[in-house]
Design a protein around this ligand. Sequence first.
Ligand SMILES: Nc1ncnc2c1ncn2[C@@H]1O[C@H](COP(=O)(O)OP(=O)(O)O)[C@@H](O)[C@H]1O
Ligand SMILES: [Mg+2]
Length: 249
Amino acid sequence: MDLMGLQGVSFVFQNSKLDIIDNVSFVAKKGEFVSLIGPSGCGKSTLLRIIAGLIQPTSGKVLFRGREMTEPNSKVSFVFQDFALLPWLTNIENVKIGLSRSDMADETKSKKASQLLEKFGLAGFESYYPNALSGGMKQRVGIARAIASDPEVLLMDEPFSSLDELTANSLRMDIINMLENKKISVNSVIMVTHNVEEAVELSDKIIVLSDKPAHIKRVIKVNWSRPRDKRSKEFADKLDEIYAVLAQD
Ligand SMILES: Nc1ncnc2c1ncn2[C@@H]1O[C@H](COP(=O)(O)OP(=O)(O)O)[C@@H](O)[C@H]1O
Ligand SMILES: [Mg+2]
């Protein structure tokens, strides 16, 4: 089943008349991890915001479970590159923002937020403020907030790129484990990245975008089980294939 679908999505900034997205169509099936990769400034973040319903495409459609989606939906959540935590709220209050559209009692929200923090290795940090946390811990709060509403689709915009490589690696492994062990509600992930190795490590499908205005240059499938051996020949070959497509005019 297609959880998320884009049909001929194009986007032009009205003020600058700048063409950003050019006729992009793809689907994220149930269980699929999809990466969008492309050069800096090509329109990846804009495309992800369109998929989230935060901005409307100039033409084309975004579908969630086959229905057109024209506004944000609690079943489609967003993880930001720079975490986007509110510094004046404690960690647990930040996670509860993910439940702001739920009609749960406040006590139930607190319980759920606290369980999520625990799941992400942050038990005991509920009443701390984000500034007391390392980057990796902040992003764990950001992901806990995103999955608080039990979303089916998780949209992530370069979620690991503000983290040092060791921290990024352990968070990637945690996400993969949670997805594979069905410990979270998320069925499909769409991740923006400019990190080719990360894309091959995590994705079932890699969508290679062109320079601005972004159109799809190629869709590359990766059908191996996870965790993946980054030192294998097939891994190196896949990296080469993607670099070659990125370099093509
Ligand atoms: N509000 C805006 N108005 C006009 N142009 C914008 C706006 N926001 C971003 N852009 C331009 O849109 C292009 C794509 O931006 P973005 O989606 O952030 O790219 P990416 O995430 O791939 O680096 C960039 O060239 C940027 O300058
Ligand atoms: Mg971006």
